[in-house]
Design a protein around this ligand. Sequence first.
Ligand SMILES: [Zn+2]
Length: 240
Amino acid sequence: MRKITRCPAGILVDGLRAIGHGNLRMIRFDGLLWHDRRWLLDAFGMAATALPPTTFAIEPSTGLLVGVRQVLSPHYDARPAGSSLDLVVIHCISLPPGEFGGPWIDRLFSGSLPFAEHPYFETLRGMRVSAHVLITRSGDITQFVPFTARAWHAGRSSWRGREACNDFSVGIELEGIESAGYAEEQYHTLRALLAALFATYPSLTFENMVAHSDIAPDRKTDPGPSFQWDRIRGDAPLLV
Ligand SMILES: [Zn+2]
């Protein structure tokens, strides 16, 4: 059994340096860069519980995640008076579509996308959208809008007979595309985020989670069939 240690840069496994921060991302071993947590567990015979889980906390008065990267979006407003927080909407986004990494999602949500940078960006001109949070391929999370405010992610939509889902939902974007799968690290971060949301807002539950395509089926297909709902529902384990 290898010894694992938390360190500021991630996790040390008998001196093998984990790359990333706060959570295991990749590890250099035998000259190869590995990033499959399941492989690591198999290779070193670790119990899943040996890896410290990611946890988040939400400050109820501000609706902000504690200690999480914040990028201010101007694309939000107040929720209608008296509206409850009843729904979690899962999305995917990548800019340009199918390309991961880069600053473009931040720039779109913060209203500063340079449209001349890519032909696809021209199609987004005039679009004022946001989400509460984005989870990148490496599992990093950025918050753009406080959960207490209304982000502009769902558009024209309907859930159980209620229109305008932005009024009463949390919008979570996963960096991705409908035709491809999602990264292990994204499920891990999403599970931890959901745990924090459910703890802070008891009206949110596993039963009240939908795909964007569920509430706008004539317009939207995200996050697509490759998103594994059973990985984030009920008692699905965090790390396997
Ligand atoms: Zn969407």
